[in-house]
Design a protein around this ligand. Structure first.
Ligand SMILES: NC(=O)c1ccc[n+]([C@@H]2O[C@H](COP(=O)([O-])OP(=O)(O)OC[C@H]3O[C@@H](n4cnc5c(N)ncnc54)[C@H](OP(=O)(O)O)[C@@H]3O)[C@@H](O)[C@H]2O)c1
Length: 271
């Protein structure tokens, strides 16, 4: 698939680390002109240099995607630099855990904003460019959008909202031929510095092992763009959950009730 995106301009949000950085690498290898974005300038610059040392030339633009004005600036700066935009990968997100009784309303709103409004703001800002290019917009959802999970209600709520937003967008953009893709990764192997927001408002390390690599998610995003796929649910566990949710929702609920206090949902070290 190398070279299949030659000269195409893609913005990858949340690309100064984690899955977003892996997606940026995959798109650069496929020949795309890539804009990496994030808030932390130091990490952003270090990611850009890392790619530069590999022989690529992405540009980096800092933006807080909770701020619609920052999103407009991100799009404007990209168009100023490259003249056009062929795709946006809405990867930026705010991983968060905590049982509902531990998450106050301000924290709940922050988690929804970090996982939903970020993508909505950025998508609204880029749409005129994607209509011109008949481009792609990809949403990084999660298996947590298939079912509300214990210890992750706010995150699940945001990801379900993200999918409904993307589905409505797909219909509205049908005649303009803008491709809208929804990718649901399973649990990804966390890097050593991975942190999630917890009920007391602090970020804590995670102790879980994942079911897939960042690279496998990055490859799936690339495949989704190239084949203009609508939806991909990743990992056998994710696909099994999706099927069971249709076939036997009561059984899914029963299993989650029985296992809700098990370590598999207590993914932060001391929650
Ligand atoms: N890891 C998993 O197991 C998993 C599973 C399924 C789905 N996903 C989804 O995949 C995506 C990436 O996950 P990840 O594990 O790589 O997350 P991560 O390591 O926490 O990275 C999140 C990225 O988003 C950026 N970001 C967060 N808030 C932002 C904001 N307001 N404005 C701009 N950038 C912002 C962060 O950079 P700054 O902090 O510098 O802004 C960072 O680059 C997320 O959407 C997540 O929900 C992850």
């Amino acid at each position: 698939m190398t070279g299949r995106l030659q000269g195409k301009v893609f913005i990858i949000t949340g690309a100064n680390r984690g899955i977003g950085k892996a997606i940026a690498g995959e798109f650069l290898r496929a020949g795309a002109l890539v804009v990496i974005s994030g808030r932390d300038l130091k990490r952003l610059e270090s990611a850009r240099l890392e790619f530069e040392n590999m022989g690529y030339a992405p540009i980096s633009i800092a933006a807080d995607l909770c701020d619609p004005e920052d999103c407009k600036k991100l799009i404007r700066s990209t168009v100023d630099h490259f003249g056009k935009i062929h795709g946006l990968v809405n990867n930026a997100g705010l991983p968060a855990r905590g049982r509902i009784e531990h998450i106050d309303s301000a924290l709940f709103a922050k988690i929804v904003e970090g996982n939903l409004n970020t993508a909505v703001n950025c998508t609204r800002a880029v749409l005129p460019e994607l209509i011109k290019s008949k481009g792609s917009v990809i949403f990084l959802s999660s298996v947590a959008a298939i079912q509300g999970f214990p210890n992750a209600a706010a995150y699940s709520t945001a990801k379900i909202g993200l999918e409904r937003f993307a589905e409505a967008l797909r219909i509205e953009m049908h005649h303009q031929r803008v491709h809208v893709g929804i990718l649901r990764p399973g649990l990804v192997n966390p890097p050593a510095d991975k942190r999630v927001l917890t009920g007391d408002g602090s970020f804590k390390p995670v102790s879980h092992r994942g079911h897939q690599s960042q690279k496998s998610v990055a490859k799936a995003v690339l495949r989704m763009v190239l084949k203009r796929r609508n939806r991909i649910t990743m990992t056998p566990a994710g696909r099994f959950l999706s099927a069971m949710k249709w076939l036997a929702p009561g059984l899914v609920r029963f299993i989650l009730i029985r296992t809700q206090f098990s370590s598999r949902y207590e993914t932060t070290e001391d929650q």
